[in-house]
Design a protein around this ligand. Structure first.
Ligand SMILES: O=C(O)CCC(=O)C(=O)O
Length: 425
């Protein structure tokens, strides 16, 4: 892509939450933070060796990862794999020790390896160790990780990325359409970002929201992706230097390339990436889940037809073939079609599997956020309470008008989904 790097709004020390809120979080526009934002993080010294040029402290990373030594590693697929229909990149579980060893020994096989979505912070917390980074104040209004923690140490949205030079994360939008911040501990990255207003032009058929997405913005076939010429004019290309932090607002598609360092061209690039959302993201995150639900519904349309037929047969023949029992009866009593309870359950199970969450989880996260926002100690690092209340109410209103919400409310599956939030706002 022949786009020249541009300069993003640059936030220098001292960082003001109000500046970030008004100029970036609310308008949903990206920015870069200078290295002072994270310079006190312990990982800048513990993850790196002190001599010049700086390099990763492999024994320390291995010790932190501990016994669960497997990490997700992305590598370029082989020509044979591509012939067999594999994508350009393959993701597999590998031992961290092996990856670090290949790099250390300068082995050809180590080229192109990229350790991604590494839950090292979670691993560290499980071991009872001190945090190796602290979320900067400007990003601390984090409902996603806050809610996650209420479920114990099962999961989080904090990741370490470690890749050889020239590795890439292809075009994507972040999980749940959440925001992210990413800090380079070692090395530099090139980011190419596209505003949500132009997301549709990144697809093969701009009118079909689920049609093929461009994979690599460096090699786009313009005859296939007709919207590309227009989309690329809106691309924001940024070089993120070592120590800097980029704010990637939710819904912005982006591609990331790890750049080789001129002083140490084989040096891996190490970064911390953290996804988060709060009241400023709610409408977008809600809409992303609605879109995911629609996609799931479409993909199992045949199940809906089958359920309708099955329940009709039951009604006519007085037989009970369909599962769902009590819940279906309650759905029926609430004036809904009996088969709908089972249908909504199927769709919710599928969307949880495909996208990571459904209505129950979404509202669990909102409930955590609403409750936490009332804590007097967080007031300076979040929007005003009236704004939070308005956003939550807007989302609640849209939710309550939905057919699946009615079904969930009428059944034991979701009697509390959304209800607790309503009481608290
Ligand atoms: O640094 C990278 O390669 C990818 C980071 C990123 O885009 C993400 O996690 O969403």
């Amino acid at each position: 892509m022949d786009c020249q790097p541009q300069s993003l709004p640059y936030l220098s020390y001292p960082f003001s939450y109000q500046d970030f809120l008004l100029n970036h979080l609310l308008p949903n526009t990206p920015c870069l933070f200078s290295r002072q934002l994270t310079s006190s993080w312990p990982c800048f010294s513990s993850f790196l060796l002190p001599h010049s040029p700086r390099s990763i402290n492999a024994p320390h990373l291995l010790a932190l990862q501990g016994s669960s030594n497997l990490v997700s590693v992305h590598r370029p697929s082989t020509p044979l794999e591509r012939e067999e229909g594999e994508a350009a990149t393959v993701c597999e579980e590998r031992r961290l020790e092996e990856v670090l060893g290949l790099w250390e020994d300068g082995k050809k096989e180590g080229k192109g390896l990229y350790v991604k979505d590494w839950h090292l912070a979670l691993q560290n917390e499980r071991e009872g160790e001190k945090e190796f980074y602290e979320t900067p104040g400007v990003f601390r209004d984090d409902w996603l990780n806050g809610w996650c923690r209420t479920k114990g140490l099962e999961d989080d949205f904090k990741f370490v990325y470690l890749g050889s030079p020239n590795t890439t994360t292809h075009l994507h939008r972040d999980v749940y359409s959440s925001n992210s911040f990413s800090t380079n501990l070692l090395g530099r990255k090139r980011w190419t970002l596209f505003p949500p207003s132009h997301s549709h032009l990144l697809r093969r058929f701009p009118d079909l929201p689920r049609s093929q997405l461009i994979s690599d913005v460096r090699e786009v076939d313009k005859s296939v992706f007709r919207g590309w010429e227009e989309a690329r004019k809106k691309a924001v290309v940024v070089i993120q230097e070592e120590g800097e932090t980029i704010f990637v607002p939710g819904g912005w598609y982006h591609q990331v390339e790890n750049l080789p360092s001129s002083s140490s061209p084989t040096q891996p690039i190490l970064s911390i990436n953290h996804n988060w959302l709060n009241s400023t993201s709610l409408l977008r995150v809600f809409q992303a889940l609605v879109d995911d639900i629609e996609a799931c519904e479409e993909s199992i349309e045949d199940v809906r037809e089958m359920l309708v037929v099955q329940y009709e047969r039951e009604r006519v023949g007085g037989r009970s073939e369909a599962k769902g029992g009590e819940e279906n009866v309650r759905a029926g009593e609430a004036g809904l079609e009996k088969w709908e309870a089972e249908w909504v359950r199927e769709v919710q199970e599928l969307v949880k599997m495909d996208s990571g969450w459904g209505w129950e989880e979404f509202w669990g996260c909102v409930e955590w956020g609403v409750e936490n926002s009332l804590d007097p100690s967080v007031q300076d690092l979040q929007p005003p309470l009236s704004y939070i209340r308005d956003q939550v109410n807007l989302v609640l209103e849209s939710y309550e008008g939905r057919r699946d919400a009615m079904v969930l409310r009428s059944t034991s599956m979701g009697s509390t989904v959304g209800e607790t939030v309503k009481r608290k706002t």
